[in-house]
Design a protein around this ligand. Structure first.
Ligand code: IVH
Length: 678
């Protein structure tokens, strides 16, 4: 990236800096608020670098609203406090339709002629942003409503917070206080937690905690890399500007550059407000941000004045809450479950509780580190959360409820199913049962073994794998090659033709490649691509089995964790015997065709969204990884292709708004064919 020469004199520098700031403000607005950028990331970075260089050379030109200030200032001793000019009140919660009607009646006593605005009730953190002559000068949390924490530096790092109010310029109040909710999108929250898990950092329990933890950092450079966003929903003091209605206020906030939620709606009466609540209850899980109810507000601002406030809540607004998604319950016991690849996962068996219409009995505690971090003990009272169709998780232990009888828990040293010694894979938190014939693993391993990218046995899917294992016909993978016609015909749903087809497919699978066999063995961390890399580097199964972790890690693209995982796998005598027996029944490995150089999609990033017909999500991801590309979960400017199946939702929308390449499933298949030289 060539940087342009610095201006030669202060006057030229000032002019250029002002121009760059203007451009960067504009592009921030297009990117964060409109979701519709008009320049590339690289071009944006170039403008930013130029401005930084000028500000470094002429520090007196640095202004608090400069886009460079989003990067984050140095850590401070502690967050100071800010007293709000007008108290930030809370909302009265209501829980049924009758209370919504009663709210309407109370409001109409002040004025018959009025309507309402219904808005989502965001589950984030309320903040107040002070703008003096259009420039953001102070930002604070709600705190106790009277005083909050000073989070100015941190708020400056949030992309959807204007550092300077946009618009025509004439209508900007000398003093403006904007109120809104800082939150983290659910997709961003998941991605953040994935990154934290990779770095072995503690996970955030939910998006709200993640947003709060990120906003209240002492070091704003940490906040800067956390994906926070703001919905504006109200104002405090506004000098020199009156608004007749709340609706008009929201439209003006939008023009000034704030993000106002598009779900806000005008409602004529309680019936319409109740309908809004019903609709949002149903749509809650589609939204990419957490809401815990809806808010109804009187639209006419003068009527608000007439209605006034109670001690802590205004009379002109209420929050109609959704049923809670969190419940407390007791941990009756903790058991270790064994996953498809042998990972031992501690599961808390809890006294059954209803959350959002579903009975929760089991909650995964993930691994020993998580148990230790949360200090979960048998007998503990715990808070459980289940958001939508998401798996329930433990938010926290409530230590105040302990009576001293609670028992700490440790995962066993041996597999609870086959008693093989469980191994700690270096660099990972999980412990695994290394025995690939462990009854807890064989069904899942068999299904994977037969899958398309592995031994490719047509007709052997989840259901048949289940049947073969439960009937005792397959206890180890090589048993598959000893199945007889009679055994298969005795199974539910098998006739002559299907039996012949399956036997033929099993027979045909014996002619395979080293890469496919390695992948089929379900060695932890060995996906299709890694399997091919190993196959090309070693060329024989004997060489791979004999290799030490150090030797394996000398191969390009094979890191120490993968190397250790492969070595540990073959070190287990049962696993090595399985390979011998597979070769013994006639599995034949052709010399690999692909070489490590053949990575036609290298450097590209794919995102899959919606339902694909021909592939599972995993198959599609592995197919691109096999060709050198990466598959990720979230759409960004850096995404090369978004493959959209049926019912694709917000990711597809985002891809469109970023102008990314979108492929149908057919186009994707064609791309794969072309790239793999078919
Ligand atoms: S208006 C007088 N609008 O709810 C209250 N608040 O209980 C003015 N909240 O601390 C606030 N979504 O964090 C308003 N659409 C919305 C909201 C909202 C969430 C939160 C806010 C506030 C709490 C009040």
């Amino acid at each position: 990236m060539d940087s342009p020469p610095l201006p030669t004199d202060p006057a030229a520098a000032e002019k250029r800096a002002a121009r760059l700031r203007e451009q960067l403000h504009h592009h921030n607005y297009r990117y964060y608020v409109l979701d519709d950028p008009v320049i590339s990331d690289a071009e944006y970075d170039r403008l930013m670098a130029e401005l930084q260089a000028i500000e470094q050379a002429w520090p007196e030109l640095l202004t608090p609203d400069s886009p460079t200030q989003r990067i984050g200032a140095a850590p401070r001793e502690e967050l100071g406090t800010i007293t709000h000019r007008l108290p930030m009140m809370s909302l009265l919660s209501i829980f049924d339709d009758e209370a919504a009607r009663s709210f309407e009646r109370t409001c109409r006593q002040a004025d018959e002629e009025m309507d309402f605005v219904a808005e989502p009730k965001y589950d984030g953190l309320a903040v107040e942003l002070v703008y003096e002559n259009g420039v953001l000068t102070v930002a604070s949390t709600r705190g106790d409503g009277i005083t909050g924490e000073d989070v100015t530096d941190n708020v400056r790092t949030i992309g959807s917070v204007p550092l300077r109010i946009g618009g025509s310029g004439q209508d900007i109040p000398p003093l403006l206080e904007v109120r809104g909710e800082v939150h983290m999108r659910i997709s961003e929250f998941r991605a953040l937690n994935r990154r934290r898990a990779e770095q072995d950092e503690p996970l955030f329990a939910n998006p709200r905690n993640a947003a709060a933890g990120s906003l209240r950092q002492l070091d704003s450079s940490i906040t800067a890399v956390r994906p926070l966003a703001l919905f504006a929903y109200d104002v405090g003091v506004v000098e020199g500007r009156e608004f007749d209605t709340h609706w008009q206020l929201l439209q003006t906030l939008k023009q000034w550059g704030f993000v106002v939620n598009p779900e806000v709606k005008l409602c004529a009466d309680a019936d319409e407000m109740i309908a809004y609540h019903t609709a949002m209850t149903q749509r809650r899980d589609e939204l990419d941000y957490e809401i815990d109810g809806v808010v109804f507000k009187v639209n006419q601002r003068p009527v608000r004045e007439l209605l006034g406030t109670r001690s802590r809540n205004p009379r002109w607004a209420v929050a109609y809450k959704f049923p809670s998604r969190q419940e407390t319950t007791r941990v009756a016991e903790i058991v270790a479950s064994v996953g498809r690849l042998g990972a031992l996962t501690p599961i808390a068996v809890v006294d059954p509780v209803q959350i959002g219409g579903v009975t929760v009995r089991n909650v995964s505690l993930h691994n020993q580190d998580e148990i230790d971090r949360q200090d979960v003990r048998i007998g503990d009272t715990v808070l459980i959360e289940r958001a939508g169709d998401v798996i329930p998780h433990l938010v926290k232990v409530i230590p105040e409820m302990r009576d001293g009888t609670e028992q700490p828990y440790r995962l066993p040293d041996r597999c609870p199913v086959c008693s093989t010694e469980a191994l700690h894979v270096p660099g990972q938190v999980v412990i695994r049962c290394p025995n690939m014939s462990c009854p807890a693993q064989i069904e899942g391993r068999l299904q994977h073994f037969a899958s398309r990218g592995a031994m490719d046995i047509d007709g052997l899917g989840e259901k048949l794998a289940q049947q073969l294992v439960s009937e005792g016909l397959v206890e180890r993978l090589p048993d598959l090659y000893h199945l007889t016609r009679e055994q298969l015909l005795a199974l539910d749903g098998f006739a002559d033709r299907s039996t012949d087809n399956l036997l033929a497919a099993i027979e045909a699978s014996k002619q395979t490649t080293l890469g496919r066999l390695l992948y089929a063995l379900s060695i932890p961390l060995v996906g299709q691509h890694v399997a091919e890399v190993l196959a090309s580097a070693f060329a024989s199964i004997e060489a791979i089995r004999a290799a030490s972790a150090d030797e394996l890690s000398e191969v390009d693209q094979i890191g120490p964790e993968i190397a250790q995982s492969v070595a540990t796998f073959f070190h287990e005598p049962g696993n090595s015997a399985t390979v011998d027996d597979l070769l013994g029944v006639g599995v034949t490995l052709q010399v690999p065709k692909t070489t490590t150089e053949s990575v036609p999609l290298e450097g590209l990033t794919f995102v899959f969204t919606g339902i694909l017909q021909e592939y599972t999500r995993q198959e599609a991801q592995e197919a691109v990884e096999h060709l050198g590309a990466r598959a990720t979960g979230s759409v960004s400017r850096k995404t090369s292709y978004v493959v959209a199946g049926a019912e694709a939702g917000s990711k597809l929308e985002k891809a469109r708004s970023l102008g990314l390449q979108i492929l149908t499933e057919q186009q994707f298949t064609a791309l794969l064919r072309k790239s793999s030289g078919e």
